[in-house]
Design a protein around this ligand. Structure first.
Ligand code: FUL
Length: 428
């Protein structure tokens, strides 16, 4: 018998894979790496690009050690320089000294990621400060679509396309009107499983800040009319993107992007400013712990390698994550479901300081208010309260020793469908 499709938004298969992946790595690499800038002006020379020890396998191994499942590379940033030998411009690796002009960083990147079991994603900046047709809207739109088509037809499956709404043109600058509809149709046609990211989705939404933190509550659903296109500006946009909408008609989960360093690109002067493990854990709890993916940027150096400080940070973060979630006290618990929630009797009494909640999001997101209680000294006592759950919600609290725990759903859009409940010792 065919199961009836629900009448509310649910994730596609690609979105479900993506949400379960939880951790993505962002790599900003390109002309800015060599000019020590964040935004190139497009007047750079291809000969300036020459990463002497370029090795995307090294990036992939570090990403994997950190627990990341997909990696997104800036194939073209705002300066317009292309990391692949695009047929549509001379401003690319083909005119650089790197690999004698025969190099293709996008090719090496996708191959390296797949070889390490990671999925590649790409960033293709719509804003292009080099391309002469920029500002001549239809002509530049053709150029952008042509480049997008190269990337989506020559490099195998791309899990995410990061569409940046940034446009820094001043009041007298060139005004380009993007054809977003054509971009969306092109991606759907060439790679129906690729997910498109922007402040306006359509598949993944920007979380509304570059600090790596999601809102609380955080719904996977949005009202698409609120942010109609990428780069749309209104005072409330940040808030909307942080929280999503309980009554949203479209499934568009949030992704929280943030850099491991002050800048998005590598700068020698910032080598001592790489985030430490505790800082990365806090980012994890503020993003993945609030139903969003974390997209952590780690920028390669001029050598074309991750710096040793960033590699250590990734390795230590991965180790800490493994340790934190190594022992789930709820494993092997007796579970009793009641009308208001779910009760667990644990096989052992232990101090617990962290609960991990999940809904079966393949059936949608539903819970809007809950509380977690532990049975201590003969009575139920509240250890944490929350709003939304979604794919994952993590609450931390002062450790409580008990073998009886329960989660009470106080409010939900529909009868909730629980995923696993995890109970952990918590942070030190
Ligand atoms: C912004 C860009 O302007 C930054 O350079 C960076 O790429 C960040 C992820 O998005 O809008």
């Amino acid at each position: 018998m065919l199961e009836q499709a629900p009448r509310w938004p649910v994730p596609t298969r690609s979105q479900l894979w993506w949400q379960r992946a939880e951790l993505g790595l962002f790599t900003h690499f390109g002309m800015n790496t060599f000019t020590d800038r964040e935004w190139g002006d497009g007047h750079e020379e291809p000969r300036q690009f020459n990463p002497r020890n370029f090795d995307a396998r090294q990036w992939a191994r570090a990403a994997k050690a950190g627990g990341f499942k997909y990696v997104i590379l800036t194939a073209k940033h705002h300066d317009g320089f292309c990391l692949w030998p695009s047929r549509h411009t001379e401003h690319s690796v083909k005119n650089s000294p790197w690999r004698g002009g025969r190099g293709d960083a996008v090719r090496e990147f996708v191959d390296a990621m797949r070889a390490e079991g990671l999925r590649p994603g790409l960033y293709l900046s719509p804003w292009d400060r080099h391309e002469r047709t920029y500002g001549d809207s239809p002509r530049y739109n053709d150029y952008y679509i042509a480049q997008l088509s190269e990337l989506l037809t020559q490099y195998g499956p791309i899990c995410e396309l990061f569409l940046d709404g940034a446009n820094g043109e001043g009041p007298n600058g060139k005004k380009q009107v993007y054809d977003w509809d054509l971009v969306h149709r092109t991606v759907r046609r060439l790679q129906p499983n690729a997910l498109m990211f922007s402040d306006a989705g359509p598949d993944i939404r920007w979380i509304g800040n570059e600090r790596g933190t999601a809102g609380d509550p955080n719904w996977c659903t949005v009202n698409p009319a609120l942010v109609p296109y990428a780069g749309f500006d209104a005072p409330e946009v940040g808030e909307w993107l942080q929280h999503g909408n309980a009554d949203g008609t479209v499934w568009r989960p949030g992704e929280a992007d943030v850099s491991i360093r002050p800048g998005w690109f590598h700068h020698e002067g910032e080598n001592a400013k790489v985030r430490g493990t505790q800082n990365l854990m806090e980012l994890y709890f503020a993003s993945v712990g609030r139903n969003a993916n974390l997209l952590l940027n780690v920028p390669p150096t001029r050598d074309g390698l991750f710096h040793a400080a960033d590699v250590s940070a990734l390795v230590e973060f991965g180790t800490r994550l493994d340790q934190t979630f190594a022992h789930d006290f709820a494993a092997g618990a007796r579970v009793r479901k009641s009308v208001e929630g779910i009760e667990l009797s644990l096989p052992e009494r232990a101090p617990i300081g962290m609960v991990v909640l999940r809904e079966q999001i393949e059936r949608g997101q539903s819970v809007s208010r809950y509380r977690v209680e532990a049975h201590v000294y003969g009575a139920w006592s509240v250890v944490s309260r929350g709003t939304t759950i979604g794919h994952k919600k993590i609450d931390r609290f002062a450790p409580v020793t008990s073998e009886r725990w329960r989660v009470i759903i106080e409010e939900s859009l529909r009868p909730p469908r629980f995923g696993e409940i995890g109970l952990f010792r918590g942070a030190d």
